[in-house]
Design a protein around this ligand. Structure first.
Ligand code: SF4
Length: 374
């Protein structure tokens, strides 16, 4: 089983906290879609298992694509791979692009999951960070989604954002929980040097949150979502019933995936590859049939380190036996010694062969993994 990721690096405007590579040259979208179709054809042999369980259109703002452009890409994927009849096919959408007709059309070409970029529900903060929608537009898009045939809806939130109070965060969550949302991703704000926000903080215009704000707001979200019946299946991800994201799980379970488009990453168990960063160059290269990727071959130590990091962040946990049979005796001894050293600290649950981060310590998962890394 494999996954496919399609990167759409276009946005109408730049949000002030964002450091993702994206451009506003929307006139390039049609050429870019043709380049993606070409890349899919050229990289058909990258995945040894051609059965596709999840396709994810991420960005950027993939909802800037028309349904015809999405169809073109999906058609090429279906030509080159075997897309399972129940594959999860996700489109990241911004609220300002959602309307009933658009949803009907994207559903007709195969989209069955929408990941909605809400981020926050406070009009003042939305304006301050240059988001292109208001609170009422977000709520309207949730209503439209509720009346559409696409019932698998995920909402992205950002917390520990300057000027968002705990009270505002809690009331936003209460409001969102009145909608039929199957999945939440909630990430704390990271401030990158490449974002406008970084310079606003530097100049004193915005005051950065501290670690206490981050921890407090993490628990506010966690308590609200767990109380509402969501399962926390990864540090930042929560799902109702069977709506755990297959795209996320494929990544955390180290299932091979092909990433197409500018800056997209691919993984095939042995190496990681990533495409170059320039939209115009990407289009020009594909017109000539050139694929411009950097490759990092993964050593056993890399694979072990990735395994412990990814597994400790999820509800899957680490299998002692898997480490024993997959890695050499030096790595396995290191693993056993590290686990024994940390056993007394009470951060892990041990169930049979499996080792899990305790729910109360999931926030420490990266720190715990560092202690197990080779
Ligand atoms: S946050 Fe999303 S919509 Fe905003 S600039 Fe970044 S990629 Fe585009």
């Amino acid at each position: 089983m494999s996954g496919l990721y399609v990167h759409i690096p276009f946005c109408n405007e730049k949000c002030h906290y964002c450091d993702f590579y994206s451009g506003n040259q929307l006139y390039l979208i049609e050429d870019y879609v043709n380049a993606i179709v070409h890349e899919i054809a050229l990289r058909e042999s990258y995945l040894s298992d051609k059965e596709i369980n999840t396709i994810y259109f991420g960005g950027g703002t993939p909802s800037l694509l028309s349904f015809v452009q999405i169809f073109k890409i999906l058609e090429e994927i279906r030509l080159r791979f075997t897309v399972k009849s129940d594959a999860e096919i996700t489109l990241e959408c911004n609220p300002e692009n959602i309307n009933f007709d658009y949803l009907v059309r994207v559903a007709s070409v195969g989209i069955n999951r929408i990941s909605l970029g809400v981020q926050f529900l406070d009009d003042e903060v939305l304006r301050k960070f240059n988001r292109q929608h208001s609170k009422s537009l977000i709520l309207n898009s949730l209503n439209v989604l509720g009346s559409s045939s696409i019932q698998n809806v995920s909402v992205d939130l950002i917390y520990s954002v300057p000027t968002i109070s705990d009270k505002s965060l809690v009331s936003s969550l209460e409001l969102l929980l009145t909608y039929d949302i199957k999945h939440f991703s909630a990430y704390s704000l990271t401030i990158s040097k490449n974002s406008k926000l970084f310079w606003k903080i530097r100049s004193g215009e915005v005051v950065e949150n501290d670690e206490n704000d981050f921890v407090r707001q993490y628990w506010l979200i966690n308590n609200a979502l767990i109380t509402a019946g969501y399962i926390q299946y990864e540090v930042s991800n929560y799902a109702k019933d069977s709506f755990v994201s297959r795209h996320n799980l494929a990544y955390w379970n180290q299932i091979p995936y092909l990433g197409v488009g500018v800056s997209a990453h691919s993984y095939n168990l042995h190496s990681r590859q990533w495409n170059s960063l320039n939209i115009k160059k990407y289009i020009r290269n594909l017109e000539k049939g050139i694929i411009d990727v950097d490759i990092e071959t993964l050593s056993d130590i890399d694979k072990y380190n990735e395994y412990v990091i990814l597994k400790l962040r999820t509800f899957h946990g680490i299998s002692n036996n898997y480490v024993k049979i997959s890695f050499d005796s030096k790595i396995y001894s290191h693993f056993c010694e590290s686990i024994n050293r940390m056993k007394g600290l009470g951060h892990f649950d041990f169930i049979g062969d499996m080792i899990f981060s305790k729910n109360s310590d999931l926030l420490l998962a990266d720190y715990l993994a560092k202690n197990l890394m080779f």
